[in-house]
Design a protein around this ligand. Structure first.
Ligand code: OAD
Length: 261
C-alpha cells in the first residue's frame, strides 16, 4: 500500500508539471520510471500493424462469406455447422502465416524485464505476444493454433503451417475437434479473468491497447483497475467507450506509441 501511495504522489506531481507541457507520451514515460506494477490488456488493434485484420474499427465490422464474424464465431455455429467454423478459422490461420510481431509486441515483451511485475492479458488468439517473447500471457479468448476435442477435451497444438487444421479428428476418442478459442456464447477459460482482475486491482498503471472495449468480461478489467486507483492509459487511434475513464488517451497506432514509452 505504501508503494502505491508514493506512486500516487509521483502521479500528482507529474500531472502538475506535465499539464504545463501538454505532452501525454512524455507524461506516461515519466510515470513509468517510478512504476513498479504494470498491467496490460490488448486487443486486435495491437496486431493491426502486423497485418492481422481487426474485427471492428474504421467504421466497419468483419464479415466472412456474408456472415458477421460474431455469428460464424459462435457456440451455436459449432453445434450447427462445425466445418464452416473451421473454414473461417483455417482462413484466419492462413492469413497469420505471413504475420510477425510488430514493435508494440516486442516493447511489451521487454517490459517484463523493466518492471517488478508485468501482467499481460490479451483478447487476441494470434499468439503474436508469445512470438515476441512475452511469458505467462493470459489468453482470455484462447489460441487459434490449438484445437480441442468436443467430446474428451483433449488439446492439440498445431504449427503455423498446419493449414488446414490438423488433426481433423481427436486422436484419442475419434470425435470431431474444434478451435480452442472462446466463441460468442461461451465462458472464458477457468481463472483467466480472475487472474487479470487481480493484476488490475494491484497495478500502478493499467494500459488498454488496441481494443474497442466492447466485449465483456475483458472490457471490465480497465474499470477494475481504475476503481482500485490505477493510472489508466489507452492507446488507440479511435475513441472507445473507455476513453472518458482514462487518465491519458494516446491517439495513434500501438506500434509507434508503445515503443516511444
Ligand atoms: P476490435 O476489432 O473490436 O477493435 C480493434 C480496436 O483496435 C479498435 O478500437 C481500433 O480503433 C483499434 N486499432 C486499430 N488499429 C490500431 C493500431 N494500429 N493500434 C492500436 N489500436 C488500433 O478488437 P477487440 O477489442 O480485440 O473475441 O475485440 C474484442 C473481441 O471481439 C475479440 O477478442 C474477439 C472479437 O469478437 C472473440 O472472438 C471471442
Amino acid at each position: 500500500m505504501k508503494g502505491k501511495y508514493s506512486f500516487h504522489n509521483k502521479v500528482f506531481k507529474t500531472l502538475q508539471v506535465m499539464s504545463q507541457k501538454g505532452n501525454d507520451v512524455e507524461k506516461v514515460s515519466d510515470l513509468l520510471k517510478s512504476a513498479k506494477r504494470i498491467a496490460v490488456l490488448t486487443g486486435a488493434g495491437i496486431s493491426a500493424e502486423s497485418g492481422v485484420p481487426t474485427f471492428r474499427g474504421g467504421g466497419g465490422t468483419a464479415v466472412w462469406k456474408g456472415m458477421r464474424f460474431d455469428k460464424i464465431s459462435s457456440a451455436e455455429m459449432v453445434r450447427s455447422d462445425l466445418p464452416a467454423v473451421w473454414e473461417w478459422f483455417d482462413y484466419r490461420r492462413g492469413v497469420l502465416r505471413a504475420c510477425e510481431p510488430n514493435p508494440a509486441h516486442f516493447a511489451i515483451a521487454e517490459w517484463q524485464e523493466r518492471f517488478e511485475s508485468l501482467t499481460l492479458v490479451t483478447q487476441n488468439i494470434d499468439g503474436l505476444h508469445r512470438a515476441a517473447g512475452s511469458r505467462d500471457v493470459i489468453e482470455v479468448h484462447g489460441n487459434i493454433h490449438r484445437s480441442r476435442c468436443v467430446n474428451c477435451s483433449k488439446l492439440f497444438q498445431m504449427s503455423r503451417d498446419d493449414v488446414p487444421h490438423d488433426p481433423d479428428m481427436c486422436k484419442v476418442c475419434k470425435s470431431p475437434v474444434r478451435p480452442d478459442v472462446v466463441l460468442f456464447g461461451e465462458m472464458l477459460p477457468e481463472g483467466a479473468y480472475e487472474k487479470g482482475a487481480e493484476a488490475a486491482a494491484l497495478c500502478d498503471i493499467f494500459f488498454t491497447i488496441g481494443t474497442s472495449a466492447l466485449v465483456y468480461p475483458a472490457a471490465a478489467l480497465p474499470e477494475v483497475a481504475k476503481r482500485a486507483g490505477a493510472f489508466l492509459v489507452e492507446i488507440n487511434p479511435e475513441e472507445t467507450p473507455l476513453s472518458h475513464l482514462c487518465d491519458v488517451s494516446l491517439k495513434g497506432p500501438a506500434g509507434e506509441i508503445v515503443s516511444k514509452l
